[in-house]
Ligand binder design. Structure first.
Ligand code: NAD
Ligand code: TYD
Length: 381
């Protein structure tokens, strides 16, 4: 019998697949149930290496399907949830906000309500067999720093940080106390789901944790997000559509460092507490794009910077947030977490992975996706 039965939602997507792999590998006595609808962003090829493990089960289902979610809780005696399933791309949310409200808000509510029905009667504890200690249930919701809105770019050239020796582009950071001020339909839907999760704690006493993480990068990210999209475009010598002036700043974290933080927080985090997760690693988009061109060109044996001319400035994203920068010192001081990789090292590893896995890139960018991509970018110039 498993010592824990954990439902991970969105496990065939980018971050979720890293979290599922980590839990299946590290905790052979847990049963990991990966529930995913397999939208355009979900892909079972992301978990090919662990699909036959005895402690792993995949269930294709929609988190909004309340009856199915309730059935899974009872069928697998779920005692923990790590909730990552979501619509996650800002540009898509601008075109189709309804899908974001449906999945991110109603889907989260459906999971919360199912967890409550399963756990509340037994005092938020779950026993797995006679004579065993009941396990404390836990609902862990994965959210984004984008709920906090946007910070100002007050130091356009960057300056040495007081927190560590990286470049920073402004005087303030998102902390766990920063007021929610989402701007995009994506971040508004995530903010709403965060509020529902906290409301289930405050109203019913559900043991919840929320984390808000900065931009992730690494293997298996769908190539509509900046880094994999641009690697793929450089590879095919297609234009690199930089929004606005490329001055916007994001704080980047290697995906396995996020998965490591999720593991630590799921096991050691304090109930009803929020943790920000970030790399103390701010970059302007245009600087990342130039670094990507250099790295891809070098690894493909092209002349240094040969493909810089692919950089194409296009119309800005509507409501484009200027700067995100996370202060993750609570996570460091309370749980001892720190990112393990320097950005240049992580980016090199990432570019190599995409170039070594061009079949994966080709398979996820064929068919329907091509039409979407062309329609998204045709009117941007
Ligand atoms: P992703 O788009 O790569 O994957 C999302 C997964 O959710 C896919 O496998 C998809 O099939 C699944 N899904 C979507 N709708 C579903 C539904 N209705 N029912 C069941 N499954 C469904 O996303 P990601 O980048 O891996 O992000 C995962 C989570 O982390 C999201 O909640 C996102 O908001 C959050 N997050 C992402 C980042 C980032 O930089 N990517 C940063 C911070 C937080
Ligand atoms: P993205 O990867 O979509 O993540 P997010 O919007 O969640 O931060 O975008 C990262 C940054 O790159 C963001 O400032 C928008 C910008 N960007 C471009 O300039 N061109 C593109 O084609 C994409 C997808 C993003």
């Amino acid at each position: 019998m498993s010592s824990r039965n954990i439902l991970i939602t969105g496990g065939a997507g980018f971050i979720g697949s890293h979290v599922v792999r980590r839990f299946v590998d590290r905790y052979p006595d847990y049963h990991i149930i990966n529930m995913d609808k397999l939208t355009y962003a979900g892909n079972l090829a992301n978990l090919k290496d662990i699909e036959d493990r005895p402690n792993y089960t995949f269930v294709k289902a929609d988190i909004c399907d309340f009856e199915t979610v309730c059935r899974l809780f009872s069928e697998y005696s779920i005692d923990g949830v790590i909730h990552l399933a979501a619509e996650s791309h800002v540009d898509r949310s601008i075109v189709d906000p309804f899908s974001f409200a449906r999945t991110n808000v109603m889907g989260t509510l459906s999971l919360l309500q199912a967890a409550r029905q399963a756990w509340e009667p037994s005092g938020w504890k779950m026993a797995h067999g006679a004579g065993t200690e009941p396990v404390e249930c836990r609902f862990y919701h994965i959210s984004t720093d984008e709920v906090y809105g946007a910070l100002e770019l007050t130091c356009p050239e960057g300056k040495p940080s007081e927190i560590s020796a990286h470049e920073v582009y402004g005087d303030d950071f998102f902390t766990e106390e920063t007021k929610y001020q989402p701007h995009s339909p994506y971040s508004a839907s995530k903010a709403s789901s965060d509020h529902f999760v906290r409301a289930f704690h405050d109203t019913y006493g559900m043991p919840v944790i929320v984390t808000n993480c900065s931009n992730n990068y690494g293997p298996y990210q769908f190539p509509e997000k900046l880094i994999p999209l641009f690697i793929n475009n450089i590879r095919h010598r297609k234009p690199l559509p930089v929004y606005g002036k490329g001055e916007n700043v994001r704080d980047w974290l290697y995906v396995e460092d996020h998965a490591n933080a999720i593991d630590l927080i799921f096991h050691k985090g304090q109930v009803a507490r929020t943790y920000n997760i970030g790399g103390f690693n701010e970059w302007k988009n245009i600087d990342i794009v130039k670094l990507l061109v250099r790295t891809v060109d070098r690894l493909l044996g092209r002349e240094d910077g040969e493909d810089m001319s692919l950089i194409t400035y296009v119309a800005d994203r509507k409501g484009h947030d200027m700067r995100y920068a996370i202060d993750s010192s609570r996570l460091k001081s309370e749980l001892g977490w720190e990112p393990s990789l320097q950005f240049e090292e992580g980016l090199e590893k990432t570019v190599k992975w995409y170039l070594d896995n061009q079949d994966w890139l080709d398979s996820v960018t064929s068919g329907e996706y091509q039409k979407y991509y062309e329609s998204m970018y045709s009117d941007r110039k």
